[in-house]
Design a protein around this ligand. Structure first.
Ligand code: SF4
Length: 333
């Protein structure tokens, strides 16, 4: 349904502390990420703040330009500079955003907000049918149709996210990009929204891309998890396998910080030391080398290839060197 191949995103920024005529610097925000997704499947994208996960899905949606790489949607390569291709993309792929209140127009009633996508994608539909479809969708996400003439500020954050979900799904897209959709909500409301997304996915056969920095939430909703660091893919594996036995040292450190709801299990979070490299001057070797507790000499000079092992895909030299001992040392949880 969705295939992203070798996606790169760059931002040009003015250089500070240099001469005014110095060339602009380039921030390498996303560095060669690839993944694919079947109908009804969810891929979770995790990583610390600033690792490029939101930028990646914004570029897939066409909101931020891709510097290079390809996106194939429902068998057709997306051409971001072609109007017809973008219209097909918008009808097939929708997005929900991190801030549910800011993502709704405060001057429109929620009925107008949810009806609007049908005006774009189903202009042939009679206006009464559009309104009826919008009310049915609002009811499906748990908003009573009697409240449809209210404005967004009259709803809580969790209800606004439900309205955002109704807006994105009313025209029946096949792919839904979720950009940290629950991080602004209370924990109990997070669970309700995640369960609602799972139900709607089952009913509509949606392919979901779910970005979050909370691995607990991602583990609950995802079939597969992709771990990003400095804009690059560190590891990708089925969610249960990645949580049980991560192969990449960065995934291991990230998972060690996830609280486990069992008082008998104690895992000391791994503190990563060392500085992150500048995204404007990426190192020639492994991007994680400056903080990796297992770093070797070659890690600073050569890029680790993406290696496959036991269903995991990880960019780390350790996977080719001493696999058995490494597995024992990395296995946790
Ligand atoms: Fe650490 Fe080297 Fe593996 Fe990078 S390639 S994660 S520096 S061991």
């Amino acid at each position: 349904m969705l295939a992203v191949q070798n996606a790169h995103v760059e931002f040009r920024v003015a250089q500070t502390k240099k001469w005014p005529w110095s060339p602009a610097g380039v921030v390498h925000a996303v560095n060669g990420v690839s993944f694919d997704l079947e109908p009804g499947q969810t891929i979770g994208i995790v990583g610390e703040s600033g690792c490029g996960k939101s930028t990646l899905i914004r570029s897939v949606a066409g909101l931020t330009p891709l510097a290079s790489g390809t996106v194939t949607l429902d068998g057709e390569r997306v051409q971001y500079d072609n109007r017809a291709s973008m219209q097909r993309l918008r009808a097939t792929m929708q997005m929900i955003f991190q801030d549910p209140i800011a993502s709704l127009n405060p001057r429109m009633t929620i009925r107008e907000i949810v009806t609007e996508p049908l005006s774009f994608f189903r202009p042939e539909m009679h206006i009464d049918k559009r309104k009826a479809a919008a009310l049915a969708m609002l009811e499906r996400v748990g908003i009573p149709p009697a409240q449809a003439n209210r404005f967004p500020h009259e709803f809580s954050g969790g209800q606004c996210q439900r309205i955002g979900i109704a807006r994105s799904l009313v025209a029946e897209p096949k792919v839904l990009l979720c950009d940290e959709p629950v991080s602004a909500l209370d924990v109990s409301v997070q669970a309700q929204v995640v369960n609602l997304l799972k139900e709607l996915q089952r009913e509509m056969g949606l392919a979901l891309v779910f970005v979050a920095h909370d691995l607990g939430v991602v583990r609950h909703i995802s079939d597969e998890v992709l771990v990003m660091y400095m804009g690059a893919q560190m590891e990708r594996a089925p969610a249960a396998d990645l949580v049980r036995a991560p192969k990449h040292p960065y995934a291991q450190a990230l998972l060690s910080a996830v609280p486990i709801p069992d008082p008998t299990v104690r895992i000391a979070p791994q503190m990563l030391e060392g500085d992150l490299p500048s995204p404007m001057e990426l190192p020639p070797g492994c991007l994680f080398a400056s903080r990796c507790p297992h770093a070797m000499t070659k890690c600073a000079n050569a890029k680790p290839p993406m290696l496959h092992r036991d269903g995991h895909e990880a960019a780390c030299f350790l996977l080719e060197d001493t696999p058995e001992e490494l597995d024992a040392s990395l296995e946790h949880h």
